[in-house]
Design a protein around this ligand. Structure first.
Ligand SMILES: [Zn+2]
Length: 323
């Protein structure tokens, strides 16, 4: 395919990505989905596959395991929140296939095994979550999505040993990481976001420490979580050097990693994910809420496949415009 003929599908794929971009907003610089900086950063990685006429590999480190915090989630297994996100991502890939027939191959790099010990999630829960995610993909009959985890990298290895191997082979420089966070900018935003998750998720039933202690611990563990995530990212870069790198976290304009929403309604809390929330049906539309918020709003729990699945909010008595 000539350079000229490759341009149209590449731009069409970029249009679809930009329509769902999860951007780290800089209040000082206006931004829209025509942004040349963001497009140019991603263009090269897409073009190389389009010119070769093959599916565009896209990596998304996501769907690690459910938060251990019952105030946020329904339990440790995937539920309708995950299913809706997977259905959305599959639809996005199907739209890519419409504009570029070889399509995209989205590889969900489930990173729960990478840091579950740091966030107090048992390895058995990670295994059960991964198994049920595979069932979700089967049920939905996804054509463009596959799952990949540390278990695929080091098959038949004890989880603790897997994490040691990952760190030994791919660890980032922790001093550099600390310097990046101290310098402010996106690294600081990520650090703060993860510290907040760790603090909130640390308040599990049975936690008896003080908030100050938990806050201090959360800051220390945030560095370890980010470090392990970077080690996982380094490993993925070795295995899939040409893939488009997607992220569930809001990323700054023009970053090599492209932040992407996991659902259509992009007006939700920028940090909510299916594994930190529950799906809530509100007047025929689904969105994510924290578990306690869904209950407080009067939500009715719905069971599917014999397990808690999601909430339905009561019909609102909205005032009629004419009184
Ligand atoms: Zn941009």
């Amino acid at each position: 395919m000539s350079a000229h003929r490759a341009t149209a599908p590449v731009d069409a794929v970029l249009d679809l990505m930009m329509a769902h971009q999860r951007l780290l907003i800089d209040p000082d610089s206006p931004h829209d989905d025509r942004c040349a900086h963001c497009r140019d950063t991603q263009r090269g990685r897409i073009e190389v596959h389009v010119r070769a006429g093959r599916a565009i590999p896209m990596l998304l480190p996501a769907f690690p395991a459910k938060s251990p915090n019952p105030d946020k989630v329904l339990g440790h297994l995937p539920d309708l929140a995950e299913e809706l996100s997977i259905a959305f991502l599959e639809t996005l890939c199907a739209r890519i296939r419409e504009v570029y027939p070889p399509g995209a191959q989205l590889i969900i790099c489930s990173d729960g095994r990478v840091f579950n010990d740091l966030v107090r999630i048992p390895d058995e829960h990670v295994s059960a979550y991964q198994q049920e995610m595979a069932n979700v993909l089967d049920r939905l009959g996804t054509e463009h999505i596959s799952l990949y985890s540390l278990d695929d990298v080091y098959p038949g290895t004890e989880p603790e040993r897997m994490r040691q191997k990952l760190w030994a082979d791919h660890a980032p420089d922790l001093d550099e990481l600390r310097a990046e966070v101290r310098a402010g900018g996106p690294a600081l935003g990520l650090y703060r976001g993860i510290t907040r998750f760790l603090f909130e998720d640390g308040k599990v039933p049975g936690f008896r420490g003080s908030n100050t202690t938990l806050q201090r611990e959360s800051r220390t563990r945030a560095y370890e979580v980010i470090g392990r995530s970077q080690a996982w990212g380094n490993l993925l870069a070795v295995i899939h050097p040409d893939a488009v790198r997607l992220s569930i976290h809001p990323q700054p304009c023009g970053h090599e990693k492209f932040g992407i929403f996991l659902q259509d309604n992009a007006d939700d809390d920028r940090w909510l994910t299916p594994w930190h929330a529950v799906a809530v049906e509100d007047r025929g539309r689904f969105r994510l809420m924290k578990h306690h918020a869904a209950k407080t709003a009067g939500g009715q729990l719905v069971l599917r496949h014999g397990r808690p699945s999601h909430y339905v909010l009561p019909a609102q008595t909205t005032p009629h415009p004419e009184g």
